[in-house]
Ligand binder design. Structure first.
Ligand code: AHG
Ligand code: MN
Ligand code: MN
Length: 323
């Protein structure tokens, strides 16, 4: 096992980026500690506020957001941040070379049941031609990401990180206080028999997704000729972690449940960073019609359909969308 900083330096990553990632991880360690204290730290339950997307904010959403925002902006290397829990982007140092987007707490509905939650982040290059206070800074496709990762607050606290040279997993050593490298090269198996989707939305999906999942459920006697298992953690960070560890396909497709909200997951804070991690581990990520990381964003809070995971299974799912 090796420590985080030497691993990054060996990758030839610049020192400002290393210190930025270390700062994000310092905030996540603090969040991990508070999450671990649970009710004892008075961090469970909801606030009286809603975020810009009309979702009630949990106390942990707000706490995690404040910690990340303040610590990231203090580094001085960040031009602006964009958070799922902030209505607008927040300007930092006009000379900063980086932008950071984050979902401070993914899986908020799991906080009060002591289940999996996490923090997801993405680092983009700052644009010299755009003012720090202008949200247009962030309208870059996922292919522009310099680094992305998540910290999963589970039985152990784990970090998945990519700087575009593969995906690595680290485990927080709470005695030493640092993230130690525990898997050098994550490789998502290309073939799987496990899928993750919120089945309660089935009747609202589009025909391609309906047909694909119907065939999965047919099992061995059906057109796929094998039985599939299903898992749903209700925190993308937990579901994607399982996909990185043992393969699988994770889907949050478009649906017609709420005509004003055809998609659930956010491009900047969830879909792009997770796509980067999964692709760097040999998996695929698509909306069903387009590679997620090639979407040209039009709004910092925009939402997209997500289908990601084991290469061959995602390819099979995409064929149902084309026909
Ligand atoms: P968040 O807690 O940041 O709002 O994200 C929750 C997301 C995602 O993590 C998860 O996969 C999905 O919402 C769960 O949706 P359902 O409640 O429809 O299962
Ligand atoms: Mn989320
Ligand atoms: Mn969130």
């Amino acid at each position: 096992m090796r420590r985080l900083a030497p691993v990054l330096r060996q990758d030839g990553v610049d020192t400002d980026l290393i210190s930025l990632i270390k700062t994000i991880l310092a905030a996540c360690k603090e969040i991990s500690f508070r999450v671990g204290q649970g009710e004892l730290a008075g961090v469970l339950g909801s606030t009286l506020d809603e975020n810009i997307q009309g979702e009630t904010q949990k106390k942990l959403d707000v706490l995690a957001n404040e910690l990340l925002k303040d610590m990231i902006l203090e580094t001085g290397v960040v031009k602006a941040i964009s958070s799922e829990e902030e209505d607008y982007t927040v300007a930092g140092n006009p000379e900063g070379r980086y932008l950071v987007t984050f979902d401070p707490l993914d899986g908020s509905s799991n906080t009060d049941i002591n289940s999996l939650i996490g923090t997801i982040f993405s680092i983009l290059p700052a644009r010299a031609d755009v003012d720090a206070a202008d949200a247009a800074q962030f309208l870059q496709p996922g292919t522009a990401q310099i680094a992305a990762g998540y910290v999963l607050y589970g039985p152990s606290t784990m970090l998945a990180l990519t700087t575009g040279k593969g995906t690595k997993l680290y485990t927080l050593d709470k005695t030493y206080g640092g993230f130690l490298l525990t898997q050098e090269e994550v490789a998502v198996p290309g073939v799987t028999a496990e899928f993750a989707i919120n089945m309660s939305n089935q009747r609202h999906w589009q025909p391609g997704m309906q047909a694909y999942v119907a065939d999965l459920l047919e099992g061995k006697p059906g057109p796929r000729g094998k039985n599939f298992n299903m898992r749903w953690i209700a925190a993308m960070v937990g579901d994607v972690h399982r996909v990185l560890c043992r393969g699988g396909i994770f889907m949050y497709p478009s649906d017609t449940k709420d005509p004003n909200k055809p998609n659930k997951l956010r491009l900047m804070y969830e879909a792009n960073p997770m796509s980067f991690l999964v692709e760097q581990a040999g998996g695929l990520s698509s909306t069903g019609y387009q590679r997620i990381m090639e979407i040209e964003p039009t709004d910092i809070h925009q939402r997209v359909a997500v289908i990601l995971g084991s290469k061959h299974e995602v390819e099979t799912c995409l064929k149902y969308h084309q026909s």
